[in-house]
Design a protein around this ligand. Structure first.
Ligand code: ADP
Ligand code: ADP
Length: 229
């Protein structure tokens, strides 16, 4: 579905990526792992149009596509949830899901419709938030991550990139987010999961792609669909 093909990127003296390739497929969770400095963030930036590669290309269904700007990523159906989530802390869930939608101009009817849309989206993802009207700052870490992931689905992307979605979470909240990631796969999304946590990676991913010093260093299938052991 979406591929990075032989991508290279150099920052001054550092060859951050050196001919890296990655294939993402519908209904599959791929974990991208590697030590600090391996090039994971840079690869994500290339796929999401934040950084232009020096060499190589992004392909969608086998055809080269231009991804020179974050808006290009949106156009080719790639949505990224960054580690900092970029939520508006003082806005509620609806406000965050439809960020930038000029909510103050919504009619009452539109408010009611958008709130229903938000509730439907969250319940389709089995995300339980008792009061979606409170500022997201008051939600738990797992709920906040879930809201950020739900927001990433608003433009109906086919690829979702999750950068360390469980890094800041405890055991229970991690389990919630992992369940949500499985639901993304059930929806047929291609998921790219950046994670340092091997247990999480094993629990949800179908395939592990390892980067080392800016190069592909191996690819392993996992039993992401099997129950955790
Ligand atoms: P990872 O996400 O796996 O930790 P990065 O993609 O962040 O790896 O970094 C890969 C290499 O590129 C590292 O050596 C890092 O220091 C370097 N690097 C990343 N971003 C920049 C930048 N903006 N300027 C210079 N060097 C960078
Ligand atoms: P992570 O690898 O978890 O994304 P890092 O701490 O490696 O986080 O990098 C944080 C940010 O700083 C990234 O956007 C990365 O591109 C940038 N960065 C990393 N190394 C350098 C560097 N040597 N010079 C400038 N920016 C860098």
């Amino acid at each position: 579905m979406l591929s990075a093909v032989a991508v290279s990127k150099r920052y001054n003296a550092v060859q951050a990526l050196d001919g890296v390739s990655l294939d993402l497929r519908a209904g599959e969770v791929v974990a991208l792992v590697g030590d600090n400095g391996a090039g994971k963030s840079t690869l994500v930036k290339v796929i999401s149009g934040v950084v232009a590669p020096d060499e190589g290309r992004i392909e969608r269904d086998g055809h080269p596509v231009r991804v020179n700007h974050p808006q290009d990523a949106q156009r080719i159906g790639v949505s990224t949830v960054h580690q900092d989530l970029a939520l508006c802390e003082n806005l509620d869930v609806v406000g965050n899901l439809f960020l930038g939608a000029e909510r103050h101009r919504w009619s009452l009817l539109r408010h009611i419709r958008m709130e229903r849309t938000a509730r439907d989206l969250l319940s389709s993802l089995d995300v339980r938030i008792r009061d979606i009207g409170v500022p997201v700052a008051m939600l738990s870490g797992g709920q906040r991550q879930s809201v950020a992931i739900a927001r990433a689905l608003i433009g109906d992307p086919s690829v979702v990139i999750l950068d360390e979605p469980t890094a800041a979470l405890g055991v229970e909240q991690t389990a919630q987010v992992l369940a949500l990631i499985r639901r993304l796969r059930e929806r047929g999304l291609a998921v790219l999961l950046i994670s340092h946590n091997l247990a999480d990676v094993r629990a949800v991913s179908d395939r592990i792609v390892v980067l080392r010093l800016g190069r592909n260093a191996g690819e392993f299938p996992t039993e992401g669909t099997a129950p955790e052991t």
